[in-house]
Design a binder for this molecule. Structure first.
Ligand code: C5P
Length: 193
């Protein structure tokens, strides 16, 4: 069976948590596509070469979840050749047998426009910054500034900007518990299985 769930949205909206839960619930494989861009951003050197030569070791680095990696990712993610180099890997993953969940920024719009389920998971910038701050600590105002800077870069780039696909279901997690958000996402999958 081929069945693709595309989950897009801005930083810290809850995509990762929801994606992992949906994958586990339905026995689908899960690809965190942000990790690809984070690994490219942290590899240094020419980002296009880094994207073409991405290795399992690059994806296993311990520092991929840091704020620094997030900023580095969004900088290399504006480069069309970087996005192109990562395209086939993501598409192949999406069409593997047994079902797949991919989360990112352009899954429903560019990578898998024919995905069976498309979700756009969002929340206010303040709520997202607060969640990220609980994880990383430091100055909350600084975390909010970084979240806003990354939103701006992701939404205004020319190639594959962050935006909901026309046929995506919107889930605003601002006032939602994790359980409620996961339940809403699972209900969308169940309705189309
Ligand atoms: O989702 P995550 O926060 O790990 O993504 C890091 C950055 O990678 C994003 O801010 C975005 O610039 C880029 N990205 C992207 N397209 C994707 C996934 C991530 O441009 N599909």
């Amino acid at each position: 069976m081929q069945f693709t769930v595309a989950i897009d949205g801005p930083a810290a909206a809850g995509k990762g948590t929801i994606s992992r839960a949906v994958a586990e619930r339905f026995g689908f494989a899960h690809l965190d596509t942000g990790a690809l861009y984070r690994a490219v951003g942290m590899k240094g050197g020419d980002p296009v070469e880094a994207a073409r030569a991405l290795s399992p070791e690059d994806l296993a680095r311990d520092d991929l979840r840091t704020m620094e990696a997030g900023q580095a990712a969004s900088k290399v993610a504006v480069i069309p050749e970087v996005r192109q180099a990562l395209l086939d890997y993501q598409r192949d993953f999406a069409r593997r047998a047994g079902g797949a969940v991919l989360d990112g920024r352009d899954i429903g719009t560019v990578i898998c426009p024919d995905a069976e389920v498309k979700l756009f998971v969002t929340a206010s910038a303040e709520v997202r910054a607060h969640r990220r701050w609980l994880e990383v600590g430091g100055e909350e105002a600084q975390v909010l500034a970084e979240v806003r800077a990354r939103d701006e870069r992701d939404m205004t780039r020319a190639d594959a900007p962050l935006k909901p696909a026309a046929d995506a279901v919107l889930i605003d997690t601002s006032g939602m518990s994790v359980e409620a958000a996961v339940a809403a996402a699972c209900a969308e999958v169940l309705a189309r299985l």
